[in-house]
Design a protein around this ligand. Structure first.
Ligand SMILES: NC(=O)c1ccc[n+]([C@@H]2O[C@H](COP(=O)([O-])OP(=O)(O)OC[C@H]3O[C@@H](n4cnc5c(N)ncnc54)[C@H](O)[C@@H]3O)[C@@H](O)[C@H]2O)c1
Length: 348
């Protein structure tokens, strides 16, 4: 299939592009190359015959129409977004423009193309979203996000993603556009931009800097290895039922403090300090305003209907991730100079 992937120079998008090419698909990567993008993530596929790149902003409807007309994709996988909650607290405007208005422009361009092509039944518009649209859960293992959980976004980021989810469903109900949606939990793994928790902890640890933990570290997240996520996304775009959404989780709930201690233990083994543990660098810092207490995914639907399960535990995935950062210093060093990286953002 020919897949138009938006945001393919980002963390998850690049994992999708690499996997799709490896599986024999053709990929058109559409990305504006914001501060969060890194074309190095695609070095392994950049020369593949089935790969093309278009530097386009999803807010630019005319440019999107040209890309659809030029490449005639079979499927769209829409990942382009502003994605960092802390940045959404400091500057929400661009989150509304990209995540809400940009998704509207994508839907409008996709619909026009789909109509012009005679409404092919096999066309798919796959919208990739987050579990953060569901709000915050109590600390009760019996309670998890299902696809029927009511939306309750609490940050400018999650509110903008919730808005985009609603638009995608509306385009299906109103115009019949063949859509599928996914809402997934926190991703981690290779090529994770060094402003997010896991790379921040690894890189600060190696630099001998404090390991910042928001609040008391009791916030719980359900961690999903990015390559497992990419695998789930390619399954949903191919086999997901029309108009249906699927929650994707790693079945790996950990508090932030547990997660950071696990990372420190892996680093202690792989790159021991002269004395003591990396855990000695843990420092508790002012919490993020409106910090959601717990996210946890009930993945029954994707497991029962499509047969998908994560392939790694969080310990296995973190081990691979730490090794990747140890082996790829030039990649992360180059990104540490970008605006805002290494600063405390989103204090409100
Ligand atoms: N990272 C996570 O844990 C997570 C979890 C659930 C859902 N998601 C969703 O997955 C998607 C990808 O997340 P990510 O972590 O890879 O994000 P990312 O920030 O690493 O990458 C986003 C990409 O989108 C591009 N982009 C941003 N604005 C654009 C615009 N206006 N036009 C074109 N391209 C633009 C950027 O250049 C970048 O390459 C997002 O939609 C996000 O909401 C992420």
């Amino acid at each position: 299939m020919k897949i138009l992937v938006t945001g393919g120079a980002g963390f998850i998008g690049s994992a999708v592009v690499r996997l799709a090419i490896a599986r024999g698909h053709q990929v058109v990567n559409l990305d504006a190359l914001t501060y969060a993008a890194c074309l190095e993530n695609l070095a392994s596929v950049a020369d593949a015959p089935g790969y093309a790149f278009e530097q386009v902003d999803i807010r630019d409807g005319a440019a999107l129409a040209q890309v659809f007309a030029r490449h005639k994709p079979d499927w769209v996988m829409h990942l382009a977004a502003e994605s960092h909650v802390d940045r959404s607290i400091d500057g929400p405007g661009v989150f509304i423009e990209t995540n809400v208005m940009g998704t509207y422009q994508m839907l409008a361009a996709a619909r026009q193309y789909w109509e012009d092509e005679g409404r092919p039944e096999t066309f798919r518009f796959h919208h990739i979203s987050t579990d953060e649209v569901f709000g915050s859960l109590p600390n009760d293992p019996e309670v998890k996000f299902t696809e029927d959980t009511a939306y309750d976004p609490r940050s400018p980021y999650s509110a903008s993603k919730a808005g985009s989810d609603h638009l995608v469903r509306a385009w299906h109900e109103t115009y019949g556009l063949p859509v599928v949606l996914t809402n997934c939990s926190n991703n981690y793994g290779p090529f994770h931009f060094p402003e997010k928790l896991i790379p921040v902890i690894i890189l600060n640890a190696l630099a001998g800097k404090p390991l910042p933990i928001y609040g008391d570290g009791s916030n719980i997240r359900d961690w999903l290895y990015v390559e497992d996520h990419a695998d789930a996304l390619l399954l949903v775009v191919e086999k997901g039922a029309l108009g249906r959404s699927y929650n994707i989780g790693g079945e790996n709930e950990r508090t932030n403090l547990q997660l950071v201690k696990t990372l420190c233990g892996i680093l202690d083994q792989k790159r021991p300090k002269d004395s003591g543990s990396y855990a000695d660098q843990i420092t508790f810092v002012t919490d993020r305003p409106g910090h959601d207490a717990r996210y946890a995914i009930d993945p029954s639907r994707i497991r029962n209907e499509l047969g998908w399960r994560p392939s790694v535990t969080v310990e296995e995935g973190l081990e691979k991730t730490v090794q990747w950062y140890l082996d790829n210093e030039p990649w992360w060093r180059a990104l540490q100079n970008r605006a805002g990286v290494g600063e405390r953002l989103g204090k409100g």
